[in-house]
Design a protein around this ligand. Structure first.
Ligand SMILES: [Zn+2]
Length: 316
């Protein structure tokens, strides 16, 4: 297959982008601060410059780029290409696809960050070769995406995969979505820090991060261990509910909290297996994400490959 696509992963603080071959090889990559407060027009102008500069970096012509895939931390209307809301960027009602196509001069396909990460991990990451993959990203919040036979499963309003808002605890903490006791209020990085503070834990610098909490666990701090036990209990229960519903081949778990490794992953796997249907568990593998920071870029790139090259080759 000739040509390249650009994969762009927009986060609350940084934008990452890469030029990607059909086999997932990243030939040039870059990242820069999002600076969302400057507004969509400004952010898009910089994005246009930075992404075109990748072609120079790779020694290819911009005209060799077939199309662009972009992952946004937002609720999107995929048909019209409008961003309805991006809570972390404080943006609402932005014609995001039109703005991007104008700056880049290429067709652009959009998706949310959870779906893009799921597609990336299924393409060349921890879910490679699997027919059905649930991908869960545990960071400040909890995001998710479902891939079914190589394609993102979206549901009616492209909202499928929002595992972070599974209702778990009726009297739980308020959630960013307006509800209470959602999975992300119980098991995200935000929840770990909140519960640790509640137990009086303090990090070395006076503040408290997820890394600090795991340092305390390693030092044998019982309060920190209890915070991790509770969070993994709830996440394991949420994953079991999702697995019973979907019966995926693989559940890929990534994000900032997953970087803690076995201290987090082992109790999570135990909790998951204690709740999930045994027949579902027999075929379902829980795996750490492989792609790390690259999942969004690669997923967005795969989306572009699927959207622009397959469409071009499809019989009319
Ligand atoms: Zn919620």
């Amino acid at each position: 297959m000739e040509g390249l696509v650009a994969g762009i992963d927009v986060g609350g603080t940084r934008i990452k982008a890469g030029l990607v071959f059909w086999d997932g090889t990243v030939v040039a990559r870059g990242q820069w601060p999002t600076e969302a407060r400057r507004g969509p027009e400004w952010v898009m102008r910089r994005l246009g410059r930075e992404v075109r500069a990748l072609a120079v970096q790779a020694g290819v012509e911009w005209r060799d780029v077939v199309g662009v895939g972009a992952a946004w931390p937002a609720f999107l209307d995929l048909e019209s290409g409008w961003m309805e809301e991006a809570v972390n960027l404080h943006w609402k009602n932005v014609p995001i696809r039109d703005l991007m196509e104008r700056e880049l001069g290429k067709p652009v396909v959009l998706d949310n960050d959870g779906n893009a990460a799921a597609l990336g991990e299924t393409w060349i990451g921890a879910g490679k070769g699997a027919a059905s993959v649930l991908c869960v990203t545990v960071g400040t919040g909890i995001g998710g995406g479902i891939v079914w036979e190589g394609r993102v499963y979206r549901g009616a309003l492209a909202m499928a995969g929002e595992i972070g808002h599974l209702p778990m605890k009726p009297d739980g903490e308020p959630c960013t979505c307006g509800s209470r006791g959602c999975l992300e209020t119980l098991a995200s990085a935000t929840a770990l820090v909140r519960e640790s503070r509640r137990r009086g834990l303090i990090g070395p610098s006076g503040s408290l991060t997820v890394e600090d909490i795991f340092v305390l666990v390693r030092q044998g701090d019982e309060r920190a261990s209890e915070v991790i036990r509770e969070a993994t209990f709830w996440l394991g229960r949420g994953l079991a509910a999702a697995a019973d519903l979907l019966s995926p081949d693989v559940i890929v778990v990534g994000g900032g909290v997953a970087k803690a490794g076995d201290l987090w992953f082992v109790p999570l796997d135990e909790a998951f297996r204690s709740w999930v249907l045994p027949r579902v568990a027999r075929y379902c593998r829980l795996s750490p994400a492989f792609l790390g920071e690259d999942a969004g870029i690669l997923g967005a790139a795969k989306l572009a490959w699927q959207s622009f090259t397959e469409a071009r080759e499809a019989p009319s």
